[in-house]
Design a protein. Structure first.
Length: 369
């Protein structure tokens, strides 16, 4: 019996980011017959990362005999124009299409940022799809009244197994927390201001001011990630210099592999106070949870589905100030941080493992193929 064929129309690494990593994890999973002889599906790919290959990619899609097309759609107006062409091609050739939205901005983009014809074209295209995948329950509303409810599926993101500490390492990490005087706070993402790194710098400044006033040192702030704009790097470096934060802040550069794993092991608190418009369910938060970290974040996008204020971290709404968050963190003693970290580790293993992610996608494939 021949295996069902699935064509991935998606962004593959490089560059490496949440979406491309999730796609790569799935494409190279045991579901693929080329990876696992017992795999249920034959996978093929159309890499849409580079728009210069647009016409060539359309030809690949047109020639494909796949039973299902798995498509990770864009959240920009320009990218959406490309997507509409792909939707139309698939429709004309009577091919099944399942989309996966790795973000939370699509509906706002369609309803508020598009001219009439483009908005109507999106509603028409989405209605005809075989299904749509979102990252959390609260994000199902993105496709409400665009497609039938029974065609909207929730598949949470996952943590890459290579970055997960072992149970023994977690036990040692949490045991060491009891006697730690200075806790390391980690911000790990691409340096985009709406991802919240300026707020974490302000927390470092608040820590220095409290220590200068005679308080005991409690926190050190670690940053890692890529600068895409020189202006962001200049802002980051100038803020540290102007506020004399050299002893309170460390920049680790772009980290991966063992260097990233070491940071996740050494840091006890993860801060990502993001308001990034395209955010969905940040994999960086799931990684931090999986590695037994206390979370500081916002009520943005699908984040409230994974972090609950006062239970496994601090969740900022629009009324929060940096002082509010810093004071709340100061009030969180090591015992409270440890308790939340245990909750996060358990939740991650139960709900956000790589195997769970693959199994959930498999179930959707079987329903929609």
């Amino acid at each position: 019996m021949s295996k069902k064929k699935i064509c991935f129309i998606a962004q593959f690494p490089p560059p490496m980011h949440g979406l491309s990593k999730a796609v790569e994890t799935l494409y190279n999973s045991e579901l693929s017959a080329s990876v696992n002889p017992d795999g249920e599906f034959e996978f093929e790919k159309v890499d849409i990362t580079n728009n210069k290959n647009f016409l060539k990619n359309l030809l690949k899609i047109s020639k494909s005999k796949a039973d299902l097309f798995y498509f990770t759609i864009s959240q920009t107006k320009g990218g959406n124009l490309r997507d509409l062409v792909i939707f139309k091609l698939l429709e004309l050739q009577h091919k099944k299409c399942l989309i996966h939205l790795h973000g939370g901005y699509y509906r706002q983009l369609v309803d508020n940022d598009m001219v009439g014809w483009q908005r109507k074209a999106n509603y028409k295209a989405i209605k005809k799809l075989a299904g749509a995948i979102v990252l959390s329950k609260s994000l199902k509303k993105i496709f409400e009244k665009m497609i039938d409810d029974d065609k909207i599926f929730v598949v949470e993101n996952c943590v890459d197994d290579q970055y997960l500490l072992t149970d023994q390492e977690i036990e040692e990490k949490l045991a060491s927390l009891e006697n730690k005087k200075v806790l390391h706070v980690l911000w790990l993402s691409n340096f985009i201001r709406s991802k919240g790194y300026p707020l974490v710098l302000e927390m470092a400044k608040a820590e220095k001011e409290r220590v200068d006033a005679g308080g005991e040192r409690r926190f050190h702030f670690d940053f890692a990630g890529k600068f895409f704009e020189d202006s962001e790097k200049k802002y980051f470096e100038s803020y540290i210099k102007d506020n004399e934060l050299e002893k309170y802040v460390t920049y680790h550069g772009i980290v991966g592999g063992e260097a990233k794993r070491r940071l996740l092991k050494e840091c006890y608190i993860f801060a990502l106070p993001t308001r990034y418009p395209n955010e969905g369910q940040p994999i960086s938060i799931l990684e931090a949870m999986g590695n037994g970290m206390f979370i500081i974040t916002t009520d943005h996008a699908g984040i409230p589905d994974i972090v609950e204020d006062g239970v496994n971290g601090i969740v900022m709404d629009n009324t929060y100030t940096v002082k509010n968050v810093y004071d709340k963190l100061l009030d969180s003693d090591n015992a409270k941080i440890k308790k939340s970290s245990i909750v996060n580790r358990n939740n991650s293993k139960e709900d956000y493992s790589q195997q769970n992610y693959i199994n959930h996608i498999r179930a959707v494939f079987l329903k929609r193929i």
